[in-house]
Design a protein around this ligand. Structure first.
Ligand SMILES: Cc1cc2nc3c(=O)[nH]c(=O)nc-3n(C[C@H](O)[C@H](O)[C@H](O)COP(=O)(O)OP(=O)(O)OC[C@H]3O[C@@H](n4cnc5c(N)ncnc54)[C@H](O)[C@@H]3O)c2cc1C
Length: 340
């Protein structure tokens, strides 16, 4: 992929500002890193790209928790952070507000997730204009999950049915965003087949998606096979693995049931054995995710997107260990190229 020189120069400046220690947990306004497209960060970076995903809280207590987690994770210098668009489009104002706040007050490159749920094309344009006015440069385009209690996604009247349609809308109207998309190493629950899963991902890329982030998964073989199949299918954009550190048995069972990800049987047995010991579950979750990320990075993955669920300890421990261990250096020494 080609990027203009200005993007690369901005990339270098932005990366410099990320590794310069700041006086406190937040950057002073004069030191905000310049806004940066995620595809340019990936293109410019020598190091893997690390990102943290948050969701918009519904209560003031939840919001305080989000900012505490952010404060704990901020010193790790993420390349970008992202904020979800609530199921059913329930958080549109809040998502944009938090992304703006993270960029302007906390000096972080931040991406807004954005879905088609419950919106007409006119509504979608209104939100996109709002996102553009806020100076946000990165948008994760999604079909979206239905609102709570609704089983299946229904296209809104006058709305769009697929993420590729949304990518097409953004590209055709020339919004100045880096368009990111979701993808599924274990095929999406509604995909008719693994081939259809790949074909729909290819359609997103044809419609303008320049970076993909995967759904959470626990078996790296699924990711490596999927990336290989994507390359054979001509999909050449970076595919960043999305990793959710397990912090509680009940919550990971709920999440995997919702998104269709498989917990390998051996891991499930070990988790269930510890079900009455929350700390032991957290320890296993951190150990498992650390090994998983190390193997992905040693195998050429371009970075890791952490699903933090607004918690910091697991992500902080894993990323700190990875930064010390640097499995990506071993991959380079062994001559392994980038796969993702
Ligand atoms: C990184 C990431 C972040 C996410 N963030 C959010 C969020 O913020 N808010 C939220 O609500 N949800 C979020 N989700 C969940 C996501 O909305 C769901 O997985 C949703 O079910 C599918 O979204 P999609 O954008 O991948 O849809 P699509 O790519 O549109 O695919 C949806 C289904 O339709 C099929 N399909 C696609 N195109 C066609 C076609 N032309 N004809 C027939 N079938 C087709 C696909 O194979 C798939 O089965 C996220 C998921 C990921 C991986």
């Amino acid at each position: 992929m080609a990027y203009c020189l200005a993007d690369l120069e901005r990339g270098a400046r932005s990366i410099e500002s990320r590794v310069t220690p700041s006086a406190g947990p937040w950057l002073a306004p004069a030191h905000y890193p310049e806004s940066m497209r995620i595809d340019a960060i990936l293109e410019a970076g020598e190091e893997p790209v690390f990102s943290f995903e948050f969701f918009p809280p519904k209560t003031p207590e939840g919001e305080a928790k989000l900012y505490r987690a952010l404060e704990a994770l901020r010193p790790l210098g993420p390349d970008f952070v992202s904020v979800t668009w609530g199921a059913g489009g329930s958080t549109r104002e809040k998502t944009i507000e938090i992304v703006t706040n993270l960029r302007e007050r906390h000096g972080l490159e931040a991406m807004a997730h954005f879905t088609c749920v419950g919106a007409t094309v006119e509504d979608l344009h209104a939100s996109l204009r709002h996102i553009e006015r806020a100076g946000i440069e990165n948008v994760l385009v999604l079909r979206g999950d239905p609102p709570q209690g609704v089983e299946r996604f229904e296209r809104a009247e006058g709305g769009l049915g697929y993420a590729s349609d949304l990518a097409q809308l953004v590209t055709a109207a020339r919004y100045p965003f880096c368009v990111v998309g979701a993808c599924y190493p274990e095929p999406h629950q509604e995909a008719a087949s693994a081939e259809a899963n790949l074909e729909h991902m290819a359609a997103k890329v044809r419609a303008g998606v320049s970076v993909l982030i995967t759904q959470l998964f626990f078996d790296n073989a699924d990711y490596f096979r999927f990336v290989e199949q994507a390359r054979v299918a001509g999909i050449d954009v970076p595919i960043i693995p999305g990793i959710m550190p397990i912090t509680s048995v009940a919550s990971i069972k709920r999440m995997t049931a919702m998104c269709g990800a498989r917990i390998p049987p051996g891991l499930l047995v070990d988790l269930e054995r510890r079900a009455e010991e929350p700390e032991a579950v957290l320890e296993l979750g951190v150990a498992y995710a650390t090994l998983q990320c190390a193997e992905l990075l040693a195998g050429g993955a371009p970075g890791i997107h952490f699903y933090t669920i607004n918690q910091s300890p697991a992500t902080r421990a894993i990323l700190s260990a990875l930064r010390l261990h640097r499995p990506w250096d071993r991959a380079r020494l062994a001559g392994a190229g980038s796969v993702g």
